[in-house]
Design a protein around this ligand. Sequence first.
Ligand code: MN
Length: 231
Amino acid sequence: MTDANRYVIDAPEIPAVPVRGGGRFPVRRIYCVGRNYAEHAREMGSDPDREPPFFFSKPADTVVSGGVVPYPPATGELHHEVELVIAIGKAGREIPADTALEYAYGYAVGVDLTRRDLQAAAKKKGRPWDMAKGFDRSAPLSKIVPAALIGHPADGAIRLSVNNDVKQSGDLRQMIWNTAEVIAELSRYVGLAAGDLIFSGTPSGVGPLQPGDTVRASVFGVADLEFVLTG
Ligand code: MN
């Protein structure tokens, strides 16, 4: 390598998620849909009209493959949000909804961990959500399951339990914007590329987690995820 191309510090590792059937999916960016289930919009005090979805993001290296997740600092109100996650397999921009599923390599179940107290304070002051949403290991994720194995899920139970108590129980059919529409809408704002993950929103029943809790999340027919919060 010529001197000009030499990294002056150790290059960070590319975050990656295991894939069912073998191999790893390298993560480029993580986007999240702000609210995509009417009941959850209501529980957060919003009107669930079919306004265009809005997006925020988490850093790519917030992804963690279950196991053990540390309770994050600077919060007294860590919340769970179970979500179907779309793994993008090829680049595109201004993608029409009727071809958008061609861009989905596969799917996973993820938990959009949220420092709800920081989010509420940010909302009140009109400030960004980054510190509420994008903290270290805030994106626990199952294996990614290729669409080649399971197709493109449009319905099926989406659930999350804490210590075996079911806290969130919905169905993918309740998404205000379906998978294809989410991909199409996001691609109006940013170029999507292979390696992008899109958390597609959470059903109602979000709530607090405590150190020591065991969290199990699933999307029927897609994947399961389990992690334990440590203190
Ligand atoms: Mn979410």
